[in-house]
Design a protein around this ligand. Sequence first.
Ligand SMILES: Nc1ncnc2c1ncn2[C@@H]1O[C@H](COP(=O)(O)OP(=O)(O)OP(=O)(O)O)[C@@H](O)[C@H]1O
Ligand SMILES: [Mg+2]
Length: 354
Amino acid sequence: MAEIRLKNVSKRWKHFVAVEKLNLDIADREFLVLLGPSGCGKTTTMRMIAGLEDITEGEIWFGDKMVNKLEPKDRDISMVFQSYGLYPTMSVYENIRFPLRVRKVPDNLHHDKVMRAARMVELVDFLDRRPAALSGGQRQRVALGRAIVREPNVFLMDEPLSNLDAKLRVSTRAQIKHLQHELKTTTVYVTHDQIEAMTLAHRVVVMNKGIVQQLGTPSDIYDRPANIFVAGFIGSPAMNLVHGDIQDGVFNAENMRVAGLPLTVSGPVTLGFRAEDAAIGPETGEIAAGVYALELLGDASLIAMQVGGELVSIKAPKEFRADIGTPVRASVPAKICHLFDRTTGARIEERIVR
Ligand SMILES: Nc1ncnc2c1ncn2[C@@H]1O[C@H](COP(=O)(O)OP(=O)(O)OP(=O)(O)O)[C@@H](O)[C@H]1O
Ligand SMILES: [Mg+2]
């Protein structure tokens, strides 16, 4: 069993707050992803769980044991870092075997364990090579194999794919997902890549400036972002956000009017909608603006338009074409809209009248 619980965990360096009152319950066998922009406190959180960084405040529990004072080596975790950290003079076999030697696992068990890990990360044919003679993806798999070989209670992975090119990242991502399914080891995975987070996680923690913005399943976070930060961070392209005013359920901004919003509030709000939920046409569409740019994505065309002082994107069928400047209408019906408080950034929904 490997549940991890963070209670009010904070990390400060002098007056600088890297992580602020973090509360997290990570379930046994869960794949939890910490997601957020550079500097938001992901690695710091990971290092506190590993015991590599003292915590300024709060408690970390593994199951029913508080581990605040426990040395990293006594926490039964394996870490995989962005830089692979392989030993250049050792073969792949010896690199994978290394944790078994350090942990004084009896010698007669080593070979089977190394071979099992090597099979899982598909490195059986490379066991005699040195890291210098491997590709980036293969080196990353050695690092994974070395993490697996110990059969730890918990995996901590800090941006393990960021050194790989786009294609390799996709295939290694699938491999990590498959491995976690096979091994069923509790995993905390750090990334700033929202697609990686959405594809790998059971649950995602979105962080900004050391503070949790939202915790939920990938679809929770995509379908019901808790605030403007999450809405603008998740999705490719991210959610369109338009600043305007609402009165009697009608939202108004430059080039845009949406009626029928089930809200009793009035005043300034930010309205969000996703490119793929909107559509080009009809003549009565909520947006009327000129085409600012048209991008061909292959499976769709992405139309950019200027609305309420912002550029918004709308997905159109792949065969859609229009010259820059052509006036178009786009439909953004009330039912696809998300509303956010302009001052706090929080999602508005408690005031919805049904
Ligand atoms: N030893 C340190 N002393 C002071 N500040 C630090 C220290 N280590 C990290 N920080 C600061 O804490 C903040 C969080 O750092 P952290 O490494 O956790 O970010 P991150 O979310 O992992 O970012 P990235 O995606 O760039 O890796 C940053 O602003 C960083 O500059
Ligand atoms: Mg980091």
